[in-house]
Design a binder for this molecule. Structure first.
Ligand code: ADP
Ligand code: MG
Length: 353
């Protein structure tokens, strides 16, 4: 089911939690709302579900306006952090519950519960109580219960945040597979950027009640539209400076660096340039090619086997992070080095974001 959220504002008393939020979700899409705690993710999800009224704005689902409809008139399944399973019921009965409420026949209930147990790989556990399952298994029961009545939309609010890292990664893959199998529209909420990037077709990055950028993982990482998104998605080095025109060229200039831009942009007093640490390298001598090179000293390093993560103190001021390989040893703290990178790998973030 497609969803159109248009110009939503939400007040709790006099405090505004959402500011003019608009979001389009295609039928069958997996969309994640990603942002720090308090950015408005749960509020937006509750509004989609109908648990919270909007202060202004509208929502349509499958083309129909649902803004004024109560939750039970919007056809969605819901999974959240606390599994909220019925503790006195078996796995089977937990999953069957939404079908019993809807008064399906015994035969139909059996067939659908069996299919869901297969989908979440819990067939052998159908007679157990929730307390006899691990956290990951309980969350899969909650998922099966949310999907068994074939909703048009599945809403997930931080469904993995109570699980340890290994289980989270397993469940992420499983969720992605289930999404592919069923083709249901999924809207997921998380503050975990890796989780968002692994699973989603598109991600809405939220900050202080606004959507900062709504895009694919690739574009959020390679073409962030603001300092907030660049910092929130992955690690980055950001230089603040200005863009000026020199004849046909646009030139970026900050305290540390100056270089002509690939794109032709108009003059700007408050431009920012981002370079990802994996696009830079660390050298002991200035490179002989056209790479930008900034003299620096190693401030500290952490070694993780596959790479070394360096924090450099730039001679021009500020720090710079870069990944190195450790084949020939690790640069010592205090060692003079150069942070080097290509102008083409720099991304302009635009005005103050
Ligand atoms: P997130 O899920 O991103 O952590 P929330 O949507 O829960 O963020 O909260 C967004 C903002 O709205 C926060 O400032 C929070 O304190 C506030 N808020 C959330 N729910 C309520 C409520 N029921 N009453 C008053 N303020 C609320
Ligand atoms: Mg929340």
């Amino acid at each position: 089911m497609s969803i159109e959220i248009r110009n939503i504002n939400k007040f709790y008393g006099s405090a505004q939690a959402l500011f003019d939020v608009s979001l389009s979700v295609r039928k069958g899409e997996f969309v994640t709302l990603l942002g720090p705690s308090g950015s408005g993710k749960t509020t937006l999800l509750k509004i989609i579900a109908g648990f919270e009224p909007v202060s202004s704005g509208s929502i349509t689902m499958g083309g129909a306006d649902v803004t004024a409809l109560p939750p039970e008139k919007r056809n969605f399944g819901l999974v959240f952090q606390g599994y909220a399973l019925f503790p006195h019921m078996s796995v089977y009965d937990n999953i069957a519950y939404p079908l019993k409420v809807r008064r399906l026949s015994r035969g139909e209930i059996d067939a659908r519960v069996e299919a869901m147990l297969d989908l979440v790989q819990l067939g052998r556990f159908s007679n157990r109580r929730p307390s006899e399952l691990s956290g990951g298994q309980q969350q899969r029961v909650a998922l099966a219960r949310a999907l068994v009545f074939k909703p048009d939309l599945l809403l997930l609010d931080e469904p993995m945040s109570a699980l340890d890292k290994k289980l989270r990664i397993d469940l992420q893959e499983e969720l992605r597979d289930i999404h592919r199998t069923l083709g249901t529209t999924f809207i997921n909420v998380t503050h975990d950027q890796e989780e968002a990037m692994h699973m989603s077709d598109r991600i809405a990055v939220m900050n202080h009640g606004r959507i900062s950028q709504y895009d694919t993982s690739f574009n959020l990482y390679r073409r962030p539209n603001s300092r907030f998104v660049a910092d929130f998605i992955g690690k980055s080095n950001i230089f603040s400076g200005a863009i000026s025109r020199q004849g046909e060229d646009s030139v970026f200039r900050s305290e540390q660096i100056a270089f002509p831009l690939v794109e032709r942009l108009s003059a700007q007093d408050d431009a920012m340039v981002m370079i990802r640490p994996e696009d830079a390298s660390i050298e002991t001598a200035p490179p002989s090619d056209r790479r930008i090179h900034l003299p620096a000293r190693v401030q500290h390093s952490t070694y993780s086997g596959d790479r070394v993560f360096y924090t450099l103190a730039l001679e021009g001021g500020g720090s710079f992070i870069v990944y190195g390989r450790a084949r020939a040893g690790i640069h010592a703290d205090g060692e003079p080095v150069y942070a080097t990178f290509l102008a083409e790998d720099c991304v302009i973030l635009g005005g103050a974001g």
